[in-house]
Write a protein that binds this ligand. Sequence first.
Ligand code: CP
Length: 327
Amino acid sequence: MMIDEINWTKKSLISIEPLSRTEIETIFSLAQSYKSAAEKGTLKFDSLAGRTVINLFLEPSTRTRLAFEIATKKLSADTLTISGDASSLSKGESLKDTARNLVALGADLIIMRHSASGAAQYLSEAVDIPVVNAGDGSHAHPTQALLDAFTLKERLGDLKNKKVTILGDILFSRVARSNIHCLKKLGAKVTLAGPNTLVPKAFEAMGVRVSHNLKEALEDADAIMLLRIQHERQTSTHFPSIGEYTTSFGLNERRAHWLKPNAVIMHPGPINRGVEIDSKLADSNNSVILDQVKNGVFIRMALLHLCHSAHLKTKITLPLKAKLTER
Ligand code: CP
């Protein structure tokens, strides 16, 4: 039997920028090992047995919070989730004091979602245990970008020179920012599309194409990633109404004919059916929206394992050890 080892040195994940292409591929390779083992019937692994992982979710979430919780449980760690209104943050305790109390209570790793850009970096400097960013303001959502690229690779193979169009509210999107960094590191060509108020030309400085012509942005795309309008982060209106956004930029069946027949349709969720995407397209064979959600568990299992091993300065040994398998 072949034994392999992974020597990972980054104990926290705050954004995609510090990761090399090789490191991104290491995350994918470990995620694939977890996925393959799960598909062969392994229900639980003992990678984080006895460890305590805290999910500090100070902004609403369904997919990310549950995927992290499931990933943590599948790695046999104990997981606890706190939300903002159920914590003493609502009584005026600072984020730093909250985090230091979590460490005093025995936390081995903190996963945090926060509405403020920069909050995850700040937290990682306040504690000496690993911190994984589950989305901070409009700054970064690194695990979303990793699971998106992993899912795209499953459909398209090597992403070098593949064309990916991201359509929608780019200005306020942490998903778009993290995806731009991740896709570019993997060699993909990225186009940003949408109204000029939400997709300013200034994004070209990130090495992407900006297009306000939807037909042009769709017709050469190998994949299209839709984003919802993020009202919670907008302080003023950037187009007259939701209806007018849908009329001008929503992906409907007529506009889908501009796409290549096999173009992959993606969305990080939550989706607003009939607004940024037509319901039939969201459920079509070209859509990988639920594959993204499923892969989110394996990407997060890999990351939690890698960050924890970096903190302990231990190597990850493959093949992975199963703790519980299907009978
Ligand atoms: N994609 C994503 O971050 O979804 P949630 O807000 O439900 O976690």
